[in-house]
Design a binder for this molecule. Structure first.
Ligand code: FUB
Length: 329
């Protein structure tokens, strides 16, 4: 357990944590992060360095209280269908149940998305015997709308294997589109009432520029890479995500949760470390960005730490750009 959380400082220092998905459940902020491991194994564009094996849940009662680590809530050894790499998870509440959605490689080395359930937000979570039928790639993010419809967003390039699914089947040698072609978008599906399966067809989300043209694969400052998150503000759906190679968090907006979305701008400038990944949550009357960097390990990409900062909207609904190091001297 650590002391009260400080903006733009590691939320906890006794674990390496990343990919924070924050939600308000039962009046507290619960954070569902990846749990990075300290190891000297391979480090490459395939993401082998992200060799995580379990999840912890963190919570914050208030910003004056200490962060609570609820301990290990799910371990790889208990997930029958998974072989390795428990990457960025998310959680959702529905039907008086908490659902933890998580990606991992199956026994063929293909990333899939699983679900585990708990009656409490702090777990522990019991995994379903199989991954979600038809699921693939990484970084699930679940948005439960005001009408109680639930949407799952997912997908990530490179190690996240999204390029390999362009024709609806896994093609190990497939590469992404050429620079002048439309970029790949994250996938979205409605979730079934019991939250355990996709309902209807998976769709690819279009992200358009200000003229209504698709963002191109070569537009690395704006194209989708990984880490989708959807939140709603003033009736607009905000899809935010990482641009990967250009290390930004950016966002696009739509009137429809399934898009198309129109690109708007940057939320977070590059952080220490290669990856950037986030969530956005309202707690009481303020909005917060949860994100990570590698400052706790002085820049080791796979030893990251979760942080938070306040997020501000302009009157026109755009989000003010955050430079997390601007206040440091
Ligand atoms: O933590 C492993 C992977 O790194 C996540 O799934 C990506 O979003 C990136 O943060």
């Amino acid at each position: 357990m650590s002391n009260a959380p400080v903006p733009n400082q590691p939320l906890v220092t006794h674990l390496f944590t990343a990919d924070p998905s924050a939600h308000v459940f039962e009046g507290k902020i619960y954070i569902y992060p990846s749990h990075d491991l300290d190891h000297d194994g391979p480090d490459n564009d395939n993401g082998d360095q992200y060799a995580m094996e379990d999840y912890h849940v963190l919570s914050i009662d208030s910003f004056d209280a200490a962060v609570v680590d609820h301990g290990e809530v799910l371990h790889l050894k208990d997930v029958r269908w998974a072989s390795k790499q428990l990457w960025a998870p998310d959680a959702a509440y529905k039907n008086n149940m908490y659902y933890l959605f998580f990606p991992a490689r199956d026994h063929e080395g293909i990333f899939r998305i699983g679900v585990a359930t708990s009656t409490t937000p702090a777990g522990t979570f019991t995994p379903e015997p199989d991954y979600i039928a038809g699921s693939f790639s990484i970084d699930p993010a679940v948005f439960v709308d005001e009408d109680d419809k639930s949407y799952i967003y997912f997908g990530g390039l490179w190690g996240g294997q999204l390029e390999k699914w362009q024709n609806g089947v896994f093609e190990p040698g497939a590469e992404g589109p050429n620079a002048g072609e439309a970029a790949l978008g994250p996938r979205v599906a409605l979730l079934s009432e019991d939250m355990l399966s996709f309902q209807g067809e998976l769709q690819e989300i279009s992200i358009l520029d200000e003229n209504g043209s698709p963002i191109l694969a070569g537009d690395e400052d704006r194209r989708y890479f990984e880490g989708p998150w959807v939140h709603k503000y003033n009736g607009w759906y905000y899809l935010s995500y990482s641009t990967g190679t250009t290390h930004k968090l950016v966002y696009a907006v739509s009137r429809n949760p399934m898009g198309p979305y129109t690109f708007k701008g940057t939320i977070l400038t590059p952080v220490i470390g290669w990856t950037t990944h986030h969530s956005i949550v309202q707690f009481e009357d303020k909005w917060y960005l949860f994100y990570h960097d590698s400052s706790l390990s002085e820049g080791v990409n796979h030893k990251r730490c979760v942080k938070f900062t306040e997020l501000h909207y302009n009157d026109d609904g755009t989000i003010q750009i955050i430079d997390p190091y601007a206040m440091e001297s």
